[in-house]
Design a protein around this ligand. Structure first.
Ligand code: CAO
Length: 556
């Protein structure tokens, strides 16, 4: 066994870079070329692959450290045989490098000669450290563009990294020889430039056909080949960047801030990084962000079944640092608030909502309710409009059974319920809960009022049991005591209807000969249009309005 120190490789010109990801757990085995860590400069991120197979003993840097070329970054334990053979290999590479150097020098001098003699310059892919053919994923320039030396011409993407191919010359792009989707390897033709200072009106065709000078880079010895791609100072560097698109990324990936390792993970998992909120420095997307996104997506899709599609694919709302606008504090959501948020989003995304409005004339209902005051006090039961609403909804469900259905998970059936339980939204300090008044159609106003008092009390004290909140067929959400003239409640899926009730008001109502002052109750009926048609909803609402307008019908 021998310990090898891995150092920071050629950074393509960057003086110092940040360590932004440590990819291996100390003690874990690493294969040759496995990414050990990710470095990031102002412009680029790059994976540092392991120069040996072995075991990572420890990192010599931490996430967030700043390092420069040659700094020690990790200790690897490698087998003795490999260690022994490593040096000769490295030596062999150095020898090979020495042998290559003259060729490179010849190439460089040939470039210079050609530059003087010709106005066109063929730009090819420099040494990318292997013979592998790599996908062209972006053409960054157009014919006619004026570009400076170092400007990106195309972007390549391998399994491990994305790479900008910069121009080795300043000039005008007169031909682009690669297209998106092509595969290029070292020496592959990228573009032809008319180099700056070239004579105007020359016969470019003949010059294009002149012998091509390959702009090759010298591959460093293995202990230094830690970056996916490197280049000598004299040659244009291939930058490993975080600004390219991948197969699975359909969005404008120029705005996506993620390193190659994260992009590869996203590609493997089929995640569109445009939907992932980055939690790293400057909003950079990290591996954990991708994993968290997948976890949420899986939870979301398992909670919606069959044909009830999830909302996946909808772009995430970007995370914003509100502190830039003023004083803020971050407050943890209660469990109920988190559940409500999740359920509301699920229902809003899954259910095609329609909301229908009407007013019920509750003048007589209120007169009757008030007439119960003495008896209410005697019984110790508070009777509010909500009790009459629950009773009237139960009767309307009985008369309009379409509203007492749920879609089956297979998308092929609906379930017709023959019991009538009404959920009642209760506003509590911990959040919104919906206890259920069971068999509301079989109960009178006193009994329903007792249920309302008991369930609302339990809800406010946080003492509801799961069974108290199960089995609802339809939900009532009454904001009448709070105010408002109308709202669009969200269906409490798999129920298919919900009634929102706003504050009753005296309004002038035409009675055929006069405007009479009547107490009008605004009703808002939201329904799942997959199960309920507009006609069904119209009939339900008309029936409900009739019952509330003349509660004698409730006795029929
Ligand atoms: N118009 C005018 N006044 C109304 C009314 C209406 N639609 N509904 C109720 N009131 C009056 C009541 O008559 C009562 O006054 P009195 O005591 O003088 O009779 C007062 O307002 C309080 O009524 P209430 O609605 O609180 O009565 P309740 O106990 O029967 O209601 C409950 C229980 C649970 C529905 C209610 O407390 C509640 O939590 N409502 C909020 C529901 C909610 O948050 N919905 C939104 C969900 S989606 O975000």
């Amino acid at each position: 066994m021998a310990i090898q120190i891995v150092t920071v490789p050629d950074l393509g010109g960057a003086e110092s870079v940040d360590v932004i990801e440590l990819n291996v757990t100390p003690g874990d085995a690493v294969e040759l070329e496995d990414s050990l860590l990710v470095l990031e400069s102002d412009k680029a991120t790059m994976d540092v692959p392991s120069p040996y197979a072995g075991t990572l003993v420890k990192y010599l840097v931490a996430d967030g450290d700043t390092v420069k070329v040659g700094d020690s970054i990790a200790e690897l334990e490698i087998t003795h045989e490999i260690a022994e053979s490593a040096d000769p290999e490295a030596e062999a590479e150095v020898e090979a490098e020495k042998e290559v150097e003259p060729v490179a020098q010849i190439a460089e001098s040939a470039v210079a000669t050609q530059s003087e003699a010709s106005s066109e310059q063929l730009i090819v892919v420099p040494d990318i450290g292997s013979d592998e053919e790599i996908d062209v994923i972006e053409i960054s320039v157009a014919i006619g563009d004026q570009i400076e030396e170092g400007d990106t011409l195309i972007v390549l993407e391998s399994d491990k990294a994305t790479m900008d191919v910069p121009s080795s010359h300043s000039g005008t792009v007169i031909n682009i020889l690669a297209a998106e989707g092509d595969k290029l390897s070292t020496g592959g033709q990228v573009a032809i430039l008319q180099v700056a200072g070239a004579a105007i009106g020359r016969d470019t065709t003949s010059e294009i056909n002149e012998p091509v000078v390959l702009e090759s880079a010298v591959a460093p010895a293995p202990t230094e080949v830690l970056s996916e791609v490197t280049a000598t100072d004299a040659e244009p560097a291939v930058n490993v960047t975080a600004t390219s698109a991948t197969d699975t990324e359909s969005s404008d990936t120029n705005t996506i801030y993620a390193g190659p390792a994260v992009r590869m993970l996203a590609r493997e998992l089929g995640v569109d990084l445009a939907n992932v909120a980055g939690t790293g420095p400057r909003g950079r997307i990290q591996k954990d962000d991708v994993n968290e996104y997948v976890k949420k997506a899986l939870n979301h899709s398992s909670s919606s079944s069959g044909s009830m599609a999830s909302g996946s694919g909808i772009p995430a709302v970007p995370a914003i640092d509100f502190s830039q606008f003023g004083d803020i504090e971050s407050v943890k959501l209660s469990k109920i608030q988190k559940l409500t948020a999740n359920n509301m989003q699920r229902n809003w995304l899954n259910v095609p909502h329609v909301t229908q409005f009407d007013d019920a004339d509750i003048t007589e209902l209120e007169d009757f309710r008030k007439s119960l005051k003495a008896e209410s006090e005697k019984r110790g039961i508070r009777v509010t409009p909500v009790a009459f609403l629950v009773k009237a909804i139960a009767a309307s469900l009985y008369a309009n059974p379409e509203f007492n259905r749920s879609l089956a998970g297979d998308g092929e059936h609906y379930i017709q319920k023959h019991y009538i339980n009404i959920g009642m939204a209760v506003d509590t300090p911990r959040g919104l809960v919906v206890p259920v008044i069971k068999d509301a159609n079989e109960k009178g106003i006193w009994e329903i009022s007792e249920d309302i008092m008991a369930l609302a009390g339990l809800a406010r004290d946080g003492k509801l049991k799961p069974v108290d909140m199960q089995g609802g067929c339809f939900t009532l959400s009454s904001l009448g005591a709070i105010g408002g003239t109308g709202f669009t409640p969200i269906v409490n899926s798999p129920e298919v209807g919900i009634l929102g009730v706003s504050k009753s008001q005296i309004k002038p109502v035409w009675n055929g000969s006069d405007f009479a002052p009547r107490l009008m109750l605004p009703l808002c009926l939201s329904y799942d249009h997959r199960v309920i048609n507009g006609g069904d909803a119209g009939r339900f609402m008309t029936h409900l309005v009739k019952l509330l307008g003349d509660i004698r019908y409730l006795a029929l």
